[in-house]
Ligand binder design. Structure first.
Ligand SMILES: Cc1cc2nc3c(=O)[nH]c(=O)nc-3n(C[C@H](O)[C@H](O)[C@H](O)COP(=O)(O)OP(=O)(O)OC[C@H]3O[C@@H](n4cnc5c(N)ncnc54)[C@H](O)[C@@H]3O)c2cc1C
Length: 394
């Protein structure tokens, strides 16, 4: 287990401690940390959101909030984002809140289905077939892949273009496409990324999203004009609509026999006094329940060395986490390690906030477990579709 100083220069920190543990790719323009998140939330103005959330170019026409890196890590909770737009124009407020609910739906799905969400959920689609679904040459795809790789963030519309291009158009397995996107996205979460891919390629919904020149001209006017393929556009027409075969039935989609386990504790479990608060990537805000319950204890974050070596995340993601921790370090004592989080949890008495993800099971005998900040408590009814799930929310 190596420990390093979080107040140090982060560029140097990456060089000194993360060699072999990332795939490069520089730093995003979106800065990590509670301070940056608070500033983004206070400046949030969603007037026009309903009409403009899918705009791609020009950049100034985009109506998306760009809050996702903060929401994904609960630096801004869904409840805070929900409350913040209370006074926005009704159509914009309702559309924005719908999207927050999609995020919550993704979290509920992943909490219940766990690693099953990595496989075709309801319909057969190209899954693990090898191949690069984003060959170079089309101005639209090149532009979006470049934005993904240089900044680590995309509007929802272009995420759908990429997923559709990869699998619906090019029949490359979506499992690999989602992994490539996950490596780059600074809001990358298994829950939302897997949901986004499954619903775009049709394995989750049965209706593959057809990517065509029409969307590019509508959402990014001017892009096609500079394309070498503008006279022989490979996506001139919509792809043929096909009916996907159903996969074998997944009973967990219809009901959950143990919703309390899926949700995690709803009240804090306290076994003994903790010596520090362990932060996980699923809860990195100053308002983390375990942190706020233990205001005098140091916070600790463990970069999982083996996981990083395997995942080869972009350096943009590593920088984002380092920025979050550095920012927190201005207000609290923060200890940062590189090593094995499971081993650390065996050797220390830790308070932690529950995370509804399979990897949470690696922690041992935690001193305190605090509830995850759900927007809506997971229910035991159907998750087959967003509307079925939503209809059963309390
Ligand atoms: C293929 C694909 C992959 C995706 N991967 C991720 C991912 O790894 N992480 C991630 O957070 N989102 C993912 N999304 C969902 C969505 O694209 C992003 O959340 C959104 O683009 C973030 O931009 P924003 O904050 O400006 O969103 P806004 O439009 O301003 O929406 C506000 C918030 O609502 C939530 N939200 C919006 N749209 C969606 C959606 N379709 N699904 C779930 N939540 C949504 C996000 O938390 C977002 O920050 C993916 C979508 C697709 C189609």
């Amino acid at each position: 287990m190596k420990q390093f100083e979080i107040a140090a220069d982060l560029q140097q920190t990456l060089v000194d401690h993360f060699s072999g543990l990332h795939s490069g790719g520089g730093r995003s323009s979106i800065v990590g940390g509670q301070s940056a998140a608070d500033s983004a939330l206070s400046q949030l103005d969603i007037s026009g959101y309903a009409k403009n959330r899918s705009e791609v170019l020009p950049v100034r026409a985009r109506g998306a909030s760009v809050l996702s890196p903060y929401i994904r890590h609960n630096i801004i909770t869904l409840q805070q984002a929900w409350d913040r737009v209370a006074k926005a124009p009704v159509a914009d407020r309702d559309k924005f809140r719908d999207e927050l609910l999609w995020q919550e739906y993704a979290r509920h799905l992943y909490a219940r289905l766990s690693r099953r969400l990595f496989e075709n959920l309801r319909f057969e689609q190209a899954w693990d077939q090898a191949g690069d679904g984003w060959p170079k040459g089309m101005a639209c795809v090149d532009f979006v892949v470049d934005e993904l790789e240089s900044d680590g963030w995309l509007v929802n519309q272009t995420r759908m273009w990429l997923a559709s291009q990869w699998t619906v158009r090019n029949q490359a397995g979506w499992l690999h496409g989602q992994e490539r996107m996950f490596r780059e996205l600074i809001d990358g979460s298994r829950a939302a990324n897997l949901l986004g891919w499954q619903w775009t390629v049709g394995s989750g919904s049965g209706k593959p999203y057809g990517f065509a020149r029409w969307q590019v001209e509508k959402r990014a006017p001017g892009l096609c004009g500079g394309c070498a393929l503008k006279q022989k556009c490979p996506i001139q027409n919509f792809p043929e609509e096909i009916e996907l075969a159903e996969t074998s039935f997944e009973p967990l989609l219809l009901s959950d026999s143990n919703p309390d386990q899926t949700a995690g504790p709803l009240l804090a479990i306290k076994k003994r006094p903790p010596e520090m608060v362990l932060l996980t990537i699923d809860s990195l805000g100053d308002g983390d329940p375990a942190l706020t319950a233990n205001p005098t204890l140091p916070a600790v974050f463990i970069f999982d060395e083996n996981a990083l070596r395997k995942l080869q995340l972009s350096s943009k993601r590593i920088f984002f986490y380092l920025e979050v921790l550095q920012d927190l370090g201005r207000r609290r004592e923060v200890l940062v390690h590189l090593g094995d989080p499971a081993e650390f949890s065996r050797e220390h008495s830790l308070a932690v906030t529950y995370a509804p993800v399979p990897s949470f099971a690696k922690y041992h005998d935690l001193a305190e477990i605090h509830p995850y900040p759900w927007l809506k408590k997971p229910h035991a009814s159907s998750l087959r579709s967003f509307s079925a799930w939503r209809g059963k929310l309390k």
